[in-house]
Design a protein around this ligand. Structure first.
Ligand SMILES: *Cc1c(COP(=O)(O)O)cnc(C)c1O
Length: 367
């Protein structure tokens, strides 16, 4: 075992300023959705370059309400990668639609736009690209396909605050996008989420849906839920947002060192014109991933596999106990078998980065 302290795979940031922001709102006595949520929405829309932003209580809620507001439901199919967090598929199922799983591009770990093209059929209502690990999906082709076929696009931007492609931030391409503010994401509000959209009608419908279908109290217009964000959470989100850019630049600087110095495993390439925000720095280990992970852990370097089981192989997605034979996803299976994410969070010191590089090169060399 290492004498040096363990470097965790992820580290949520809760600084004094976050605590002060929460306490300020708690002391005000006005804690539910109110002025802090409104200010957070206005400030966050700049991150996505979107006209509207609507805060909700989680990233999963953001996905679900975006789909609902776009009218996606029973009888509809939504094209989505299987190599993602279960929330992407769950949101589709929860609105009564069916996910159609497609393969990824092994370089970006994001959906392969040619696989999306091939999957479009008569029931397709939407596409849900996932900007996985902070790498933007191939939005130019995806938006072309959507406009040709009249499909909605819901970006899963839960891991991609501040990512961009072709100079345009994610969250402003599709009909709507969902961000997450879970503690380990690039910024957080303890729990929380945001829908961004350029469509005023979609924004209004989501505002209604998150609050029992009401704009005016007790004048319910539609059937809705309670997926509101608290003002305490929004105040934390606002102070985190002021530091997001600095944290992202630190993540990118650490990633640049990994790109240059890690030689023992496959480092993640960045697509041309893409701004990667490194929610995760994910390498591929082509031989003996278990051994690689054990050697890293023994050297005091936290690491994790996101995600060991593609969504189409998770129990709720099986058909008669087995993956639906319609899904043939070789790059997804390969990624699930080979990926390991190493620490890239902004709290790492330069000395931590030195240790990580050395440990990864050693752990990979013995593979
Ligand atoms: C975290 C995450 C979500 C869900 O966000 P929550 O805030 O945890 O509900 C959705 N999709 C992806 C890809 C995620 O990483």
């Amino acid at each position: 075992m290492s004498e040096q302290p363990f470097i965790p795979p992820a580290k949520p940031i809760i600084d004094e300023v976050d605590i002060e922001a929460a306490v300020r709102v708690l002391r005000s006595g006005m804690v539910v959705q109110g002025p802090e949520v409104k200010a957070f929405e206005e400030e966050f829309s700049a991150v996505a370059g979107s006209e509207h932003a609507v805060a909700v209580n989680s990233g999963t809620s953001a996905l679900q309400l975006a789909l609902m507001a776009l009218g996606i439901g029973p009888g509809d199919e939504v094209i989505v990668p299987s190599f993602t967090f279960a929330a992407s598929g769950n949101a589709i199922k929860l609105v009564g639609a069916e996910p159609v799983f497609v393969d990824i591009d092994l370089d970006s770990f994001c959906v392969d736009p040619e696989a999306v093209r091939a999957a479009i059929g008569p029931k397709t209502a939407g596409i849900m690209p996932v900007h996985l690990y902070g790498h933007p999906a191939a939005m130019t082709t995806i938006m072309e396909l959507a406009s040709t076929h009249g499909l909605a696009v819901v970006e899963d931007a839960a891991q991609a605050h501040g990512a961009a492609i072709g100079g345009k931030p994610v969250g402003g391409f599709g009909s709507a996008a969902a961000f997450s503010f879970y503690p380990t994401k690039n910024m957080h509000s303890l729990e929380g989420g945001m829908v961004t959209t350029n469509d005023a009608e979609v924004a209004r419908t989501i505002r209604l849906l998150r609050n029992q279908g009401m704009e005016q109290r007790y004048a319910n217009e539609i059937v809705g839920v309670n997926m509101r964000l608290t003002d305490v959470a929004a105040a934390i989100g606002r102070t985190q947002l002021t530091r997001l850019h600095e944290w992202t630049e630190r993540r990118r600087a650490i990633a640049a060192r990994f790109d240059a110095e890690i030689t023992s495993v496959v480092v993640p390439p960045v697509a041309e014109g893409a701004r990667h925000v490194y929610h995760q720095y994910t390498v591929r280990v082509e031989n003996d991933r278990d051994g690689f992970q054990k050697r890293l852990t023994d050297a005091g370097i936290g690491n994790a596999v996101y995600y060991p089981t593609p969504v189409h192989r998770l129990r709720p997605y099986l058909v008669d106990g087995a993956p639906d034979p319609r899904w043939d996803l070789p790059a997804t299976e390969q990624a699930a078998a080979e990926v390991v994410s190493i620490p890239v969070h902004p709290s790492l010191s330069d000395a931590d980065v030195d240790r990580i590089v050395a440990a990864v090169n050693e752990a990979g060399a013995t593979a």
